[in-house]
Design a protein around this ligand. Structure first.
Ligand SMILES: *[C@@H]1O[C@H](CO)[C@@H](O)[C@H](O)[C@H]1NC(C)=O
Ligand SMILES: *[C@@H]1O[C@H](CO)[C@@H](O)[C@H](O)[C@H]1NC(C)=O
Ligand SMILES: *[C@@H]1O[C@H](CO)[C@@H](O)[C@H](O)[C@H]1NC(C)=O
Ligand SMILES: *[C@@H]1O[C@H](CO)[C@@H](O)[C@H](O)[C@H]1NC(C)=O
Ligand SMILES: *[C@@H]1O[C@H](CO)[C@@H](O)[C@H](O)[C@H]1NC(C)=O
Ligand SMILES: *[C@@H]1O[C@H](CO)[C@@H](O)[C@H](O)[C@H]1NC(C)=O
Ligand SMILES: [Fe+2]
Length: 466
């Protein structure tokens, strides 16, 4: 009740702010101390799924902590925020000098696996969030795990439909987003020039709270997170909002560039998150970190090895085809991904669904990673509907909004399904069994997934070839 009333208040405040004046975001009220959390969201707090980071924003409440427990009525354990809450400022090219609300992160430690926890965040004297809940992942080394995958979300009715679909599946308790989150950088674009409008991050935070305050969202940066829109005095620091608003386990996974790249483990999976929009060549910090991370994966503990980056290495759509971040990163990193037997690689950027057969150096290869493009979560730019003739390595492609789901059954079998927003969540529009050759003694292959069989579909005809 109170929350709803306060949101109406914020809209009124925003409407009266001119674009050149400082914009102080967050929830405001005429009662000076009432300042409860907004934009609450979760992320795994370490590389082993045994802690959870809660992030939220207040207008001016510098204190912050989380009360949590395994019963809704007994939130009797308290943990303080990780550091002082911080604001960031952003100068746009069109004159808006934005000052963010205070961004808080707190880490709930020592969680039991596969347990439902309840929590609320906030601070005494300022007010608390609603009570949210999450279910912790299984311990690393156990065999079963289920998660959702989305990309290029944005904040349209279609974006909402995607996350409602995810919310309606009670079996998935973690979502991976492969970049392009809020589209704040081009929210009010009237020319081809980017036009960063930071308050669109706040509206996105409000939009996704009801889902991602109740399950962790593991993020990586896409091109829309760069937010370097023009020369000074516009803000020059790349990925500023993305770095400040989220808190991924980068330190815990030995990385040194904030949320830009990192890895985490849950149940039977080691998951690597990369950044297409920084140096990825051999010798770069990102490449050397990746190599070390690949080397330390113990497949007897986490048999499944997944990687993810925003810009796809394989895709047959005309949109965003063969951009330097795609061909360049692939040229730099495809060999080590192949050598270390990465099972599947998820990406987005192209706003359409496409599933590839295992492919290596442009040729189908049963020992190579399987590529899945899932940049179809519903952003304002609409589906990407123009294709080149379907290459041999492309198994299924269709320009419709939706999301992916991975269900890992054991060390050999996982099931990938694609769910279109236009259908109910239970409807599967494409699926494939991912079967790890290495774990099947009778397989003629040592690496890779399923041999080259399975459904093929070219879901958009007639094709216009270029
Ligand atoms: C924010 O808090 C500080 C100190 O806690 C106080 O000095 C300041 O007046 C507050 N500002 C607003 C807008 O409430
Ligand atoms: C996007 O959402 C609108 C409104 O719900 C719907 O009519 C449209 O079909 C959706 N677009 C796609 C590509 O799913
Ligand atoms: C996900 O969370 C729900 C609700 O707490 C729980 O019933 C379900 O078993 C969990 N699923 C997995 C795979 O952890
Ligand atoms: C950026 O957005 C503002 C506010 O909507 C608008 O006035 C301005 O023309 C836009 N600038 C560009 C370059 O698109
Ligand atoms: C694969 O195809 C891309 C263009 O799609 C090309 O740039 C690259 O050189 C090719 N690589 C190999 C190994 O054939
Ligand atoms: C792994 O799971 C799949 C799918 O449920 C099943 O067919 C297969 O027999 C399982 N393998 C083992 C070793 O349990
Ligand atoms: Fe993108």
């Amino acid at each position: 009740m109170l929350r709803a009333a306060v949101i109406v208040g914020v809209v009124a405040v925003l409407a009266s702010v001119s674009s050149a004046a400082p914009v102080l975001e967050g929830r405001m009220t005429d009662s000076s101390s009432f300042d409860p959390p907004t934009q609450v969201h979760l992320a795994l707090g370490d590389t082993a799924g045994a802690s959870m980071v809660v992030s939220w924003i207040t207008t001016n409440a510098s204190a912050g902590h989380v009360y949590y427990g395994t019963s809704k009525d007994k939130l009797n354990t308290r943990v303080e925020q990780l550091a002082d809450a911080e604001r960031y400022t952003f100068q746009s090219t069109y004159g808006e000098h934005y000052v963010s609300g205070l961004i808080h992160h707190a880490k709930i430690p020592n969680l039991a696996p596969l347990t439902k926890y309840y929590y609320r965040c906030g601070a005494d004297g300022f007010g608390y969030s609603d009570v949210f809940s999450f279910t912790t992942p299984p311990v690393v080394g156990t065999s079963k795990f289920i998660f959702s995958v989305i990309g290029d979300l944005g904040q349209t009715a279609n974006s909402s439909s995607t996350i409602e679909h995810i919310k309606s599946d009670p079996t998935t308790n973690l979502t991976v987003i492969v970049g392009d989150l809020s589209y704040a950088d081009s929210a009010e674009r009237t020319t081809p020039t980017r036009n960063c409008t930071q308050r669109r991050w706040d509206s996105w935070g409000e939009l996704v709270e009801h889902v991602f305050a109740n399950q962790p969202l593991m993020t990586l940066p896409g091109n829309h997170e760069i937010e370097q829109e023009g020369p000074p005095p516009a803000t020059q620091e790349k990925f500023l909002a993305y770095q400040k608003r989220f808190r991924m386990p980068w330190k815990e996974s030995g990385a040194t560039n904030g949320n830009l790249y990192y890895s985490f483990e849950v149940g039977p999976v080691h998951f690597i998150m990369l950044n297409s929009y920084m140096d990825f060549d051999k010798g770069s910090q990102q490449y050397e970190w990746l190599l070390q991370d690949l080397k330390k994966v113990d497949r007897s503990v986490t048999p499944w090895l997944f990687a993810s980056m925003h810009a796809p290495w394989y895709n047959s759509n005309v949109f965003h085809h063969n951009e330097p971040e795609e061909t360049g990163m692939r040229a730099a990193m495809e060999d080590i991904m192949f050598k270390h037997n990465v099972d599947a690689i998820f990406s987005g950027h192209v706003h359409a669904y496409e599933r590839m057969f295992p492919v290596y150096k442009n040729k189908t290869n049963p020992e190579a990673p399987t590529y899945l493009n899932i940049g179809d979560a519903g952003n304002r730019e609409g589906p990407a509907y123009l294709y080149f003739p379907q290459p041999k390595w492309s198994a299924y492609r269709e320009p419709a909004f939706g999301h992916g789901r991975v269900e890992i059954f054991n060390a050999t079998h996982a099931h990938w399904t694609w769910h279109k927003n236009l259908n109910s969540e239970a409807t599967v529009s494409d699926d494939v069994w991912l079967v790890r050759n290495a774990a099947i003694p009778s397989s003629p292959y040592k690496h890779g997934l399923t041999p080259l069989f399975g459904r093929t579909f070219d879901g958009f005809a007639p094709y216009k070839s270029f």
